[in-house]
Ligand binder design. Structure first.
Ligand SMILES: [Zn+2]
Length: 256
């Protein structure tokens, strides 16, 4: 299957190729990830996610199409809801910065496919230059984030943007023969937007690629129905599909 902008997010493309977001979904809850691929479960599109897509689509040059596709971003009187008025301010802040704008000025939304550990992988790059890969991120803040596994860590590790960088770098290398550095172009949704261009070091990307390689075959086997996916029993999908068979002993609640 040849991937295009039109079919990149299609059910068929998601079945045939592993993506970074799919991989992350499998890491969280394999059962939910698989149900999503099969079209049996749909994650909620949150406003936070939609604000990010709004900014993305501006820099991709497809904001008008985005507005037509997402009428929920408008109020009844036809003006933008507050979150998207703020998204416009984020865009203005980005445009006002020379370095940020330059990093976003590469080839937009470049689709590539490759192969990691025998599994077909697809990527879509926000801004590809001859000498670097740049991904635009609109996020709550640039502060460190608390995670259950690692305590406080930098936002790019907490949100696993290192994993994205690692996979992008590897697939670009397979397609072009060049191993390019990876940068995050980050802008925040705070009252006053903060911006930064963050270079993710190579050893962080190497570790993240190892993590991807460690689990990709198992996740692919789940997609193919060879391995049964585990349930996390915590996510919305697991709650929705939970079937009670026996009562729970109260003791178990003390362990949670
Ligand atoms: Zn789950």
């Amino acid at each position: 299957m040849k991937l295009t902008k039109r079919n990149y997010f299609s059910k068929k493309a998601n079945k045939e190729y592993m993506s970074v977001s799919q991989f992350k979904a499998f890491s969280k809850c394999p059962a939910a990830a698989l149900a999503e691929i099969k079209g049996k479960y749909k994650r909620d599109v949150t406003t936070a996610l939609l604000v990010g897509s709004y900014v993305d689509s501006y820099f991709e040059g497809t904001l008008e199409i985005f507005k037509k596709k997402n009428p929920e971003i408008f109020k009844k009187d036809g003006s933008l809801k507050a979150d998207y008025t703020q998204a416009n301010l984020i865009i203005q802040r980005i445009l006002a910065d020379k370095l940020f704008s330059e990093y976003l000025s590469g080839q937009k939304q470049v689709i590539m496919t490759g192969n990691i550990c025998g599994v077909p992988v697809k990527i879509k790059i926000d801004s590809l230059h001859d000498d670097k890969i740049v991904d635009l991120k609109v996020m709550a803040s640039l502060d460190n984030v608390y995670t259950d596994d690692n305590g406080f860590c930098p936002f790019f590790e907490a949100w696993e943007y290192d994993l994205q960088g690692a996979v992008y770098q590897e697939i670009v290398r397979q397609n072009t023969g060049k191993k390019l550095p990876f940068y995050l172009a980050a802008a925040t949704k705070e009252k006053v937007t903060d911006i930064d261009i963050v270079h993710i070091p190579q050893d962080t990307l190497d570790l993240a690629l190892d993590r991807f390689k460690r689990d990709i075959e198992a996740f692919d086997a789940m997609k193919k129905g060879i391995i049964k996916p585990d349930r996390c029993e915590k996510c919305e999908y697991c709650k929705t599909t939970k079937v009670l068979t026996v009562p729970t002993e109260a003791d178990e609640y003390y362990l949670l």
